[in-house]
Design a protein around this ligand. Structure first.
Ligand code: UDP
Ligand code: MG
Length: 334
């Protein structure tokens, strides 16, 4: 039985590197479909690129391989673009999610497919092995702290260095599509869904063209997003910290009273009072801010806005084959 796999690629301002990417992807897909009984099709989601990405994709000659090119109405972010791609790839047995900048080595798809075909996993993902050198110790440390908080007490695990580079099978895709939230922290959703997942180590290649869109500030924003969607640990920490501070200040109060009773010197004065007031003011602000994050999330989700809007959706490649492939043409697709 020939199975169909969609390669889902979010694209945001990647015009420069697209040609190289498409060539590498094609080579690998051709070779894998010679080795295994699978055919590939492509789903590109242009996430509101400002350069010629969409035009290049639309003009590209995909040969006999079906390709769908979806253009979102603006930049919705990688997570939304991936969701759009998965939604569009409805008629396949599995999907491979992959970046367009060749940082995800296409050759790894072969391993994904092999493990999936052997029936060993519902999702095969790649995790980075060289986080520290590439990102600096501060960022790696923060990342570790983030995953500690998010995985704490949760019934599912979000693996630390795993990204979006992965194969997901049909049930996994359906599960992803059934999740209603519009702010989608995909890494968390993969973990939440469960099923059998296998991770393979990989070393991300350097970006060939352009620079990463994920600045430290953006990563911080995503971190907050992820924390508030997947963990209530910060809320709990807030209560614990409040308790500790209240307890400590009570002890301090008792100490002042005892000091007053036992010694003849006057109480320590207004300085300590001011310091305490300012301290509690600050602590309250921090915690109110945190609470605000959660309330804000509730407001956003209660609007039930879709994760993305499609502006254009074109079929390239040999689409006639998609509808009713004649038996002898199936092998031509691969
Ligand atoms: N991307 C996207 N929308 C965005 C930002 C990025 O679709 O708003 C795509 C981008 O084109 C690439 C992938 O997501 O295919 C990963 O982006 P990038 O290389 O900037 O991130 P990094 O490799 O640093 O995680
Ligand atoms: Mg990249």
């Amino acid at each position: 039985m020939t199975r169909t796999i969609a390669i889902v690629v979010p694209v945001f301002n990647e015009a420069e590197g697209l040609q190289d990417f498409l060539a590498a992807l094609n080579t690998v897909c051709d070779s894998i479909s010679h080795e295994y009984s699978v055919t590939f099709r492509y789903v590109f989601v242009d996430d509101g690129s400002l350069d010629a990405s969409f035009a290049r994709l639309a003009a590209h000659d995909f040969g006999t391989r079906p390709a769908r090119i979806i253009k979102l109405s603006r930049n919705f972010g990688k997570e939304a673009a991936l969701s759009a791609g998965i939604d569009a790839a409805q008629d396949v047995d599995a999907a491979v999610l992959m970046d367009a900048d060749l940082q995800h080595p296409p050759e790894m798809v072969r391993e994904f497919v092999r493990i999936w075909l052997e029936g060993r996993a519902d999702s095969v993902y790649a995790y980075k092995t060289t986080r520290h050198e590439a990102e600096g110790w501060a960022r790696a440390g923060l990342s570790r702290a983030f995953f500690w908080v998010i995985n704490r007490g949760a019934r599912f695990r979000i693996p630390q260095n795993a990204g979006d580079f992965r194969l997901i099978n049909r049930p996994f895709m359906d599960a992803l599509r059934s999740l209603p939230e519009s702010e989608r922290f995909m890494k968390g959703l993969y973990g939440w869904i469960g099923f059998r997942q296998i991770g393979l180590p990989f070393t991300p290649a350097a970006r060939l063209h352009g620079a990463s869109r994920f600045t430290t500030l953006r990563i911080l924003a995503i971190t907050f997003d992820a924390l508030t969607s997947f963990s209530t640990t910060p809320l709990r920490l807030m209560g614990i910290a409040g308790g500790v501070i209240a307890g400590a200040s009570m002890l301090y109060g008792i100490y002042i009273i005892v000091e007053r009773l036992l010694s003849s010197s006057p109480p320590s004065g207004i300085a300590s009072l001011l310091a305490l007031t300012a301290f509690f003011g600050g602590v309250q602000m921090i915690f109110l801010g945190l609470l605000g994050e959660y309330v804000g999330k509730a407001v956003t989700e209660s609007k039930k806005r879709p994760a993305y809007i499609v502006a254009e959706d074109i079929d390239a490649g040999m689409n006639a084959l998609r509808e009713s492939p004649a038996p002898d043409t199936i092998s031509d697709q691969c």
